[in-house]
Design a protein around this ligand. Structure first.
Ligand SMILES: Nc1ncnc2c1ncn2[C@@H]1O[C@H](COP(=O)(O)OS(=O)(=O)O)[C@@H](OP(=O)(O)O)[C@H]1O
Ligand SMILES: [Mg+2]
Ligand SMILES: [Mg+2]
Ligand SMILES: [Mg+2]
Length: 351
């Protein structure tokens, strides 16, 4: 399908502008955390920057969607109830005002928020329950909260879902260098925008450039196609509470992978995979009862498929985004097509 005439052209442009504006805002907060923590103004346990960022980012993105697609529902992570009587509301309004001024050329397309009432209304457009029919959006305004608070990786993740399947995904990665060699070696521009459209492909462009760049002027990305253990690289999370690192170690051993894994918070993992910088994503469950949230995986899911990869649960079955706000499956495994089946076999052997 042509890059400019695909059926989701308007959706992609709006999603991109909204994610870009939210990314500028969250990047400001992320940069300030490090400075504030160093100066002692912010204690390590103070989660206020991420709270401000979550709400402001969700308000901006939801507003853009509702302005352009008033009939679309949104499954958003945050709920404005948690904001009631919060001393952070004036900070949220100030930050939104500031970023809207800096990106005022987007107002024609994605509008602007003027007061707190509009902000809380916009946040609560995210209350959809999702489901298996029709179309809705899934939004994680800041994915990788823990990474964000460490000054590490996080992402603004937006996806469009139709009849349970993801058809479009846009991920803003404000702290992600373009090239990741290992946990402590990377290079290139910091700030990446990763986009995918069903039947069109997956693309990379720099995040902190102005406006929407048509896909044919972005860099098309694809996964590698190796199954040679000595070449395989695994990407996995940072938090031991989010995935079982010990189970993952056993799987790597069965597959004969010796290269140390790359550990990254948030859906930037999918971005690194889709751009061929790693081959396998392991997210083995730590608990039998936890169910993954759809906003944690929707945008990354299409990014992988459109770059030639495959995603499944621990059984190898595709993820179903039409079962409500959560997936009904356990774990997430992604890989290039050559290696995917053998990874699932190894997972089954270990579990
Ligand atoms: N027990 C458990 N298992 C799996 N996932 C969980 C669990 N608890 C929380 N979460 C969700 O994990 C989201 C962050 O995932 P990450 O990929 O950043 O985790 S990791 O630290 O890199 O491993 C995180 O998303 P954010 O809240 O947006 O940060 C949570 O929705
Ligand atoms: Mg998340
Ligand atoms: Mg989040
Ligand atoms: Mg959360």
């Amino acid at each position: 399908m042509a890059t400019s005439t695909h059926p989701y052209a308007k959706e992609l442009e709006i999603a991109t502008l909204a994610v870009k504006r939210a990314s500028i805002l969250t990047k400001k907060l992320s940069d300030s955390i490090v400075t504030l923590q160093q100066s002692g103004t912010l204690t390590k346990d103070d989660k206020s920057p991420v709270t401000v960022g979550d709400f402001a980012s969700q308000a901006i993105v939801n507003h853009a969607i509702k302005l352009n697609f008033p009939n679309d529902e949104i499954v958003g992570e945050e709920d404005s109830q948690d904001l009631q009587d919060s001393p952070l509301t004036s900070q949220i309004l100030d930050l939104i005002n500031q970023v809207q001024q800096e990106t005022s050329e987007y107002d024609d397309k994605i509008g602007k928020l003027s007061n707190l009432k509009e902000i809380t209304t916009s946040i609560d457009f995210g209350d959809s329950q999702g489901g298996s029919t029709g179309r809705f959006w899934a939004l994680d305004p800041i994915d990788g909260t823990k990474g964000f608070l460490r000054g590490d990786q996080f992402a603004v993740c937006l996806a469009l879902i139709e009849n349970g399947k993801v058809v479009l995904g846009v991920i803003g990665c404000p702290n992600l260098p373009q090239i990741i060699h290992s946990n402590d070696k990377h290079e290139g521009i910091v700030g990446g925008l990763y986009s995918a459209v069903k039947g069109v492909g997956s693309y990379y462009s720099a995040l902190f450039t102005k406006g929407f760049t048509p896909l044919d002027q972005q860099q098309k990305i694809s996964m590698k196609s190796t199954s040679n253990p000595s070449e395989l690289k695994v990407v996995e999370g940072v938090e031991k509470g989010h995935s079982s690192h010990s189970t993952q170690a056993q799987i790597k051993q069965i597959l004969g992978i010796t290269t140390p894994a790359i550990n990254l918070d948030s859906q930037v993992k999918y971005c690194v995979l889709a751009s061929g910088q790693s081959d396998i994503y392991l997210r083995l469950p730590v608990s039998d009862t936890y169910r993954e949230k759809i906003w944690d995986h929707a945008a990354g899911n299409i990014l992988i498929y459109e770059s030639g990869g495959q995603v499944g649960d621990i059984e190898g079955n595709p993820l179903n985004f039409g079962t409500g706000r959560t997936l009904q499956s356990k774990g997430v495994i992604a890989g290039n097509k050559q290696v995917f089946d053998s990874v699932i076999k190894a997972v089954q052997q270990v579990l």
